[in-house]
Design a binder for this molecule. Sequence first.
Ligand SMILES: Cc1cc2nc3c(=O)[nH]c(=O)nc-3n(C[C@H](O)[C@H](O)[C@H](O)COP(=O)(O)OP(=O)(O)OC[C@H]3O[C@@H](n4cnc5c(N)ncnc54)[C@H](O)[C@@H]3O)c2cc1C
Length: 334
Amino acid sequence: MSLPSFEVVRPRTLDAAIEALGRYGRDAQMVAGGTDLIPSMRQGLFAPQVLLDLKGIRNLDFIRFDPEQGLGIGALARISALVDSPLLARRFPVLHEAAKTIASPLLRNMGTLGGNLCLDTRCLYYNQSGFWRESLGGCIKKDGKVCHVAPGSRMCWAAFSGDTAPALLALGATVQLAGPGGSRELPLAEFYVNDGLVRMAKGHDEILTAVRVPASSAGWSGAYKKLRIRQSIDYPLAGVAVVMRKDADGACLEARVALTAVNPAPKLVQGADLLKGRRYDPALAEEVARDAIRTGKPLRTSASTMEYRRHMVRVFVRRALSELWLDGRSQRTS
Ligand SMILES: Cc1cc2nc3c(=O)[nH]c(=O)nc-3n(C[C@H](O)[C@H](O)[C@H](O)COP(=O)(O)OP(=O)(O)OC[C@H]3O[C@@H](n4cnc5c(N)ncnc54)[C@H](O)[C@@H]3O)c2cc1C
């Protein structure tokens, strides 16, 4: 479990980082807080010759809100800064709640939003020591040909297990990428690829620089529900982010539901459209919850069973929708 040797390159500007990525190519890997990458390197999952430390790049650590431009968060903003932000707590509660559930205080203080969005996918057969993996002959994601989760499949089913992505998906966020060809903006929903190997629609030489949430998503009520084994420090086994906008009479004007940790990519649940213009109706909440378990397809990628994770996705969607719809009025929601 010791770290392999590597060289560290510390660019001070974005241009220098992009230039270094071009120079070292696949031998280099980016690191921000290192809270995901370094443990993976210890497990022998990656052995880059060069670690490109992004932390020294100026101007990528910010959280700002403009009533016209919306919310902007730099890739190097720490998760603890999201948690400590009164702006997020007040105007983007779903993102604030999701950030609070990430790892532990120490890890939140090192981990960044960019690293959280670019997390490697996780699987019971992959996030193990080299010795453990070797005994199975590797897997399709590392040193092998078979996906042990779905042996008949040609793709990797490792699950995307970040907590901020579903919250940002529900808020309609976009990501900004910078590379040798300049910068581009992409809806977060198009950034992820539903294959545990491919993971993101991003070149190796592209750096995620910022996230933008449209001003129209500010002020929506939001909830984030997370299933995990250790409540104090753990990746999600299933995560559900829900946002809602209501009229003065409490009817739902619009709602969005997104899932994490149950597919190789975080996903929006289309059925949430059913709630437009509707007053609280537990049967409708149940219908959206059923659509969520058609969208979320947990497989044997984690220590928990897929049946339990599916069940909890349904419970969480129903519970979160009811909480937001009723807005604190007493009603049994489980
Ligand atoms: C015990 C433990 C528990 C954890 N629990 C959780 C949890 O509950 N929820 C959760 O979401 N995460 C969890 N994590 C993972 C991690 O701590 C967080 O996701 C953190 O936000 C990752 O950010 P980082 O800056 O440390 O990423 P890094 O480790 O630095 O990078 C992660 C990946 O992103 C890439 N990357 C980083 N920044 C950029 C960028 N700007 N552009 C392009 N690529 C980039 C890196 O190359 C690497 O592949 C846990 C980790 C540990 C060790």
